[in-house]
Design a protein around this ligand. Structure first.
Ligand code: BGC
Length: 361
C-alpha cells in the first residue's frame, strides 16, 4: 500500500498529470484520462488530496483549453456533418497537456466520462470543491452530450467501429457526475440528463444478451453476446446497473466465469496483446464488485493476488504472462514494445481502491 502511494506520488508530473508507465516504450511521456482518473480515485481514498487535486486541475485545464474545439465539433455535427474520428479530442496527452505527435488510437469517449466521475467522487468524499474546474467540466459535458452515441475505440483501444458498453457506462456515470457537481448551465444540465436517459435505453435494448429482452448480462459492444472484463465497471463503480439488479449480478457472474482464473482476470477471450495474460487492474475491478456485493473473502483473494504479482521492488505490471489465452502471440509484442509495462500506475491505483474498499491499511 505505502509503496503504491509513494510510487504514484513520486511519478506524478509537476503539471499534475499521471504518466501511465514511466519507462514503457509505447506509453512513456503520456497520461491517459482513463488511467489517471482511477489513479486519482486511489490516492483520494488514501488521503493524498493534493495529488488528486493537482490531477483534476490538470484535466480541467487540458480539456478547458479545448472548449473551442469542442464547440466547433458540436456545431459541425449540428449541421449534419460527419466528423472524422481523427478530429475528435485525443485519448491521451503529453504530461504538459499537448496532443502529442505519436500516432495513437485516438478517439475514445470513456476517459472524459471517467474523469468527471472521479472528480465528483473526490469532491464529495472530502466535502469540498476542487477550484477552477468549471470550464473543463462544462466542455467535457458538452462533448459527451453531443457524441455519446458514436462508435469509438474501447478501453483497450480497439474496434473503433463498435459502440462499447463499458464506454457507454463511463459516459453515463460521467454525465450524472457532471450534473451532480452543479457547475453546468440549465441547458447543459438538461441535455446531459437526456443523454443519460438515451444511454440507459440504448444499453437495455441492445447491450444486454440473455434469455429474454432486457434480461441477461451486459455485452462487450451493442449487438454481440460476448463479454469483456471492462464491463465490471458498469456495475461498480459506474452504476449503469446496480450490483443487486439482475443484469448487474449476471454481468459480474458471466465475466468471472469466462475470464477470471485463480485471482487474475483476462480482458476478453479473443485477446492476443502480449499473448492475452491476466491483468492486475482487472482483478481490482472484480474484487471491488465482490466487496460491494458483500463477498469479502472473494474480494480479499483478488487483493492478495494483485499484491503477489509485484516485482521484488514492489512494482505492479499491466499484465502477467503465466496463464495466456494466445501463448504464440506473446513474443511479437515483446519484440515490438519490450517487456510488459511495469510499473503501470493504473494497476497501483486499483490496488489502492480495493484495499480501501476492504479497509486494509
Ligand atoms: C490499454 C489502455 C490503457 C493504456 C495505458 C493500453 O495498452 O489498452 O487501457 O489506458 O494502455 O495504460
Amino acid at each position: 500500500m505505502s509503496h503504491s502511494l509513494e510510487l504514484i506520488r513520486r511519478l506524478q508530473s509537476p503539471t499534475g498529470a499521471y504518466p501511465a508507465s514511466p519507462t514503457f516504450s509505447a506509453y512513456r511521456g503520456y497520461s491517459w484520462l482513463r488511467d489517471g482518473a482511477f489513479i486519482a480515485e486511489g490516492v483520494s481514498r488514501h488521503g493524498d488530496l493534493a495529488g488528486a487535486d493537482a490531477f483534476h486541475t490538470w484535466c480541467a485545464r487540458v480539456i478547458g483549453d479545448r472548449a473551442g474545439q469542442v464547440d466547433s465539433l458540436v456545431a459541425r455535427a449540428g449541421r449534419g456533418e460527419a466528423v472524422p474520428p481523427a478530429q475528435m479530442l485525443p485519448t491521451r496527452f503529453t504530461l504538459d497537456g499537448a496532443d502529442g505527435t505519436d500516432d495513437w488510437w485516438d478517439f475514445q469517449l470513456d476517459g472524459y466520462g471517467t474523469w468527471l466521475w472521479a472528480l465528483r467522487e473526490h469532491a464529495f468524499r472530502h466535502g469540498r470543491a476542487v477550484p477552477g474546474v468549471e470550464k473543463g467540466v462544462r466542455a467535457a459535458t458538452r462533448y459527451l452530450t453531443a457524441f455519446w452515441h458514436l462508435p469509438c475505440y474501447d478501453w483497450w483501444e480497439e474496434h473503433v467501429e463498435q459502440r462499447h458498453v463499458a464506454t457507454l457506462g463511463a459516459v453515463h456515470a460521467g454525465l450524472r457526475a457532471a450534473i451532480g457537481l452543479g457547475l453546468l448551465s440549465p441547458a447543459e444540465s438538461e441535455a446531459a440528463a437526456a443523454a443519460v436517459d438515451g444511454i440507459t435505453g440504448l444499453v437495455a435494448a441492445e447491450g444486454v444478451a440473455g434469455p429474454a429482452p432486457g434480461a441477461g448480462h451486459l455485452t462487450k459492444w451493442l449487438g454481440t453476446d460476448a463479454v469483456d472484463a471492462s464491463l465490471l465497471a458498469c456495475v461498480e463503480p459506474f452504476g449503469l446497473y446496480a450490483a443487486d439488479h439482475p443484469v448487474g449480478v449476471a454481468t459480474v457472474a458471466e465475466v468471472e466465469w469466462q475470464l477470471a482464473a485463480d485471482g487474475g482476470v483476462h480482458r476478453y477471450l479473443a485477446d492476443t496483446f502480449y499473448g492475452g495474460g491476466r491483468w492486475v487492474l482487472l482483478a481490482g475491478f472484480l474484487g471491488w464488485n465482490h466487496a460491494r456485493a458483500g463477498n469479502r473473502a472473494e474480494a480479499l483473494r483478488h487483493l492478495d493476488w494483485m499484491a503477489a504479482q509485484a516485482t521484488p521492488e514492489g512494482d505492479l505490471p499491466e499484465q502477467v504472462s503465466g496463464v495466456l489465452l494466445a501463448p504464440d502471440r506473446l513474443r511479437e509484442w515483446q519484440e515490438r514494445w519490450g517487456p510488459v509495462a511495469t510499473p503501470l500506475l493504473w494497476s497501483h491505483g486499483m490496488y489502492l481502491i480495493l484495499a480501501d474498499e476492504l479497509e486494509v491499511r
